[in-house]
Design a binder for this molecule. Structure first.
Ligand code: ZN
Length: 501
């Protein structure tokens, strides 16, 4: 290893440590911090973000990158060192476009906005959040200008979460999905009684639900020696190292599926992080390739695996043992139907697979309008409700159940939502590939064996961390780009059978 590369790695290691310390403070803010800590925490997070940004963007990083590049270019493209220099260069050039005081301002604004959002949501009072969101939208517009873009300011934001993805591609993908999904959603919504999910609402002790969920994810492969689960208002996964990955959940006595599938979802993210190569630790490569690729993992485990029959042939007895009164007489088929009930609903994170993407499309439309200035923040609740009516035939009875439901905008995360649907689409492409290579997956699941799929994902995806772009990964694994076909076929097959439509 050249001297320049050694020094570059040491510097990137320091940046990683500062960023992970900030991530830990953010995790703490969302799990255990008392409300009084908000102001001090905002300052602490702003300082850490600023220090990490300054260290990374310092001209010395550029000099080290320049000095390390010739040797790196002689290495194979997929080697760890060549990938490190390539990806760090790309990050460096992008980050350098954001002035340090801007980064600190955005961090501080989003920290206080997140606290304002939590209160506004609790009181269902959009006015409490409005001035904060106005500031966030203005800052995000400036962010897009700093970053630069080819066609649309939204491109600059998308690129933060999904490298190289363009607004026009999202529009086209969403149009194809909407055209495919709309008739299916309508047909299923017309038969609301075809599937009964009452068994999920039989009053389930919260602590027992959490214990059962943790037994299930432990059996699949979540490593509790290298991770833990806590509670938060909005479930998430964050990683401080492949050896310390945190997930959160929320639990409802009257909805068995909320904690159960929320935990499976976050476990999918966590398995990706726990599976990144130890050789990538303390580098910018030690995490998932993109949010869309990440979401493909959470969605695969939550939906393609976790909402399948084979999975519950193995795990239903565990739930029955935990809840004999509620589930003792339930068979796999009844349970399978209940957890796959589809109906238009108000809350994105609780939406079923079939209607979920309409929630994302709604947010995408609104974000574009906010960014373009076609929609004022003050008019957002009304616009939200209008689109809910148009897409899902529902009007939220309150802003808490409408425009205030998600944490993202308060954190400055605009351009992020499309990655959820992208993840759904990619999950079906990867799963199709995995099934072709591991034809007896269902039999394995029914026997409680998940190592086959997990190992396949580790080898093909997890271990690489951020070495490759999402499109390079898709090309390597599935032999092409993003395709809506496998996902639409999966949904048509599954819901067509469930609802006889
Ligand atoms: Zn997710």
């Amino acid at each position: 290893m050249t001297d320049a590369l050694t020094r570059l790695k040491a510097r990137l290691g320091d940046v990683a440590d500062l960023s992970k310390a900030a991530a830990l403070l953010s995790w703490d803010q969302q799990t255990y911090m008392p409300r009084g800590g908000v102001g001090a925490r905002a300052e602490q997070l702003a300082t850490l973000s600023r220090l990490a940004h300054e260290l990374f963007c310092d001209a010395e990083t550029g000099r080290l990158l320049d000095a390390a590049t010739p040797a790196a270019e002689r290495l194979p493209y997929d080697s760890d060192d060549a990938s490190l220099v390539r990806v760090a260069r790309r990050d460096y050039e992008r980050e350098r476009r954001l002035p340090a005081d801007f980064v600190a301002e955005l961090s501080r604004a989003s920290s206080t906005a997140r606290a304002a959002w939590a209160e506004a949501r609790q009181r269902s009072d959009f006015a409490l959040f409005q001035p904060h969101l106005e500031r966030i939208v203005a800052l995000v517009r400036r962010q897009a200008e700093h970053l630069g873009y080819a066609d649309h300011p939204y491109d600059a934001l998308l690129d933060l979460y999904e490298p190289d993805l363009r607004t026009a591609e999202v529009r086209a993908l969403f149009a194809e999905l909407r055209a495919g999904l709309a008739p299916l959603v309508r047909a299923v919504a017309a038969r609301p009684d075809a599937v009964d999910d009452a068994l999920l609402q039989r009053g389930y002790d919260e602590a027992a639900q959490i214990r059962a969920g943790e037994r299930i994810i432990g059996a699949i492969g979540f490593d509790f020696e290298r991770g833990r689960q806590d509670f938060s208002a909005h479930p998430f996964c964050t990683s401080f190292a492949a050896t310390d990955v945190r997930i959160t959940t929320r639990v409802s006595r009257d909805q068995l599926n909320e904690a159960l599938f929320g935990t499976l979802h976050e476990m999918g993210h966590a398995l990706y992080e726990q599976g990144t190569s130890p050789a990538l630790a303390r580098t910018p490569l030690a995490r998932g390739a993109s949010l869309g690729m990440h979401e493909s993992q959470s969605r695969m485990w939550e939906n393609l695996v976790g909402r399948g029959r084979a999975f519950w042939r193995h795990f239903l007895p565990l739930l029955q043992e935990t809840f004999p009164d509620q589930l003792g007489g339930v068979d796999v088929e009844q349970f399978y139907r209940a957890i796959n009930r589809s109906q238009p609903s108000l809350i994105r994170v609780e939406a079923d697979e079939l209607t979920y993407n309409l929630h994302v499309m709604l947010r995408f439309e609104l974000e574009l309008a906010l960014l373009e200035g076609a929609l004022a923040v003050a008019d957002l609740p009304g616009a939200w409700n209008e689109l809910m009516q148009q897409y899902l035939g529902l009007t939220p009875p309150s802003d808490a159940l409408g425009v205030l439901q998600d944490v993202h905008w308060s954190g400055g995360l605009i351009g992020y939502f499309p990655t959820y649907t992208l993840g759904n689409v990619i999950s079906a492409q990867l799963y199709e590939r995995a099934r072709a290579e591991l034809p007896d997956l269902d039999a394995q699941f029914a026997a409680g064996e998940f190592g086959g799929l997990l190992g396949w994902l580790h080898r093909n995806l997890h271990v690489h961390g951020r070495k490759f772009t999402p499109s390079e990964l898709l090309q390597r694994i599935a032999g092409g780009g993003v395709q809506a076909g496998p996902y639409l076929a999966y949904l048509r097959g599954k819901f067509g059978e469930l609802y006889s439509v």
